[in-house]
Ligand binder design. Structure first.
Ligand code: NAD
Length: 275
């Protein structure tokens, strides 16, 4: 089944389901991403700080898949924020990926304490202008950080990639994003294996009703909420499972029950203070 695409505010589009490589061992990345591409994933989410851009690039090159059929995201690390430093970091990422352009380049965290995300964003605007990133966006930006970019710069971020799963849904950010045409990407969509999301009755009951797994139900919840999602797994059978989510739909009632799981339970760092 074809993966739906979401239209971004800059006129491009992104496959709604992809594959993330946070914590994928650099030494194994080429093999793991090769499996993911073979399973059918065409959207890959990496970052400079993951240390595995080279492996992603090697898998992409070896796949022989035409570049225009792939969607590759990478991210600017906190220490590289700034003007010249951001440009240099971007060029390093492109080189490690072995690509002439990325589809999406993100500021990984706002790091309000160093107060360089506005300057960094102006550099991303220039990178987009050059064609070497087709789209630009942010990650872990909360409402005040998004508001500052809207107030002080020209380009509205295409996406905000934030921690988002049924136990932490960040309604303030998602509502603000929707009002301003910013698409939301969910990181840690399955609770990172740290939160027992897949064992909650709201999830397991929907799974048995549809003859699907808990992970498939949670991925479906993200898709039906309109979020962009890229679960990670090193294991090919789970890659297959996580991609096999287009032959069923959760009912409104099942969606509402899963949405009601909200616990304001954050798994990662607090974006207001991290970095
Ligand atoms: P995730 O919620 O995708 O969890 C991955 C873990 O879930 C796996 O390691 C495994 O333990 C488990 N899992 C995967 N498939 C499963 C299945 N079918 N059944 C049971 N368990 C399963 O968490 P993630 O990897 O942190 O998030 C996804 C992607 O988001 C990352 O790989 C990365 O690309 C991105 N990310 C971004 C940020 C950021 O700050 N921007 C932070 C974290 C992750």
């Amino acid at each position: 089944t074809a993966v739906p695409r979401i239209r971004l505010n800059d006129g491009t589009s992104i496959p709604q389901l992809g594959f993330g490589v946070f914590k994928v061992d650099p030494a194994e990345t080429e093999r793991i991403v090769t499996d993911a591409l073979d399973v059918g994933y065409r959207h890959l989410d990496t970052a400079r700080i993951y240390g595995n851009e080279e492996g992603v690039g090697r898998a992409v090159a070896a796949s022989g898949i035409p570049r225009e059929e792939l969607y590759v995201t990478t991210k600017l690390w906190n220490d590289d924020q700034g003007t010249a430093s951001a440009l240099e970091a971007f060029e390093g990422s492109l080189e490690r990926l072995g690509l002439e352009y990325v589809d999406l380049y993100l500021i990984h965290w706002p790091v309000p304490a160093q107060d360089r995300y506005v300057d960094s964003w102006r550099t991303l605007e220039q990178i987009r202008e050059s064609g070497r990133a087709r789209s630009i966006g942010v990650s872990n930006f909360m409402v005040p950080h998004l508001q500052r970019l809207l107030d002080e710069t020209d380009v509205v971020p295409a996406v905000d990639q934030i921690e988002l799963h049924p136990a932490h849904q960040q309604p303030e950010v998602t509502e603000f994003a929707a009002e301003h045409g910013i698409e939301v990407e969910s990181w840690g969509p399955l609770g990172q294996g740290k939160y027992p999301l897949l064992e909650l009755p709201e999830v397991t009951e929907a799974a048995s009703a549809h003859g699907k797994t808990s992970a498939q139900v949670v991925i479906r919840w993200h898709l039906q909420r309109g979020f962009i999602v890229f679960p990670k797994s090193n294991r090919r059978e789970r890659m297959v499972e996580n991609f096999d989510v287009f032959d069923f739909a959760l009912s409104d009632d099942e969606m509402d029950r899963i949405t009601a799981i909200e616990r304001e339970h954050r798994l990662g760092p607090d974006p207001h203070h991290f970095g």
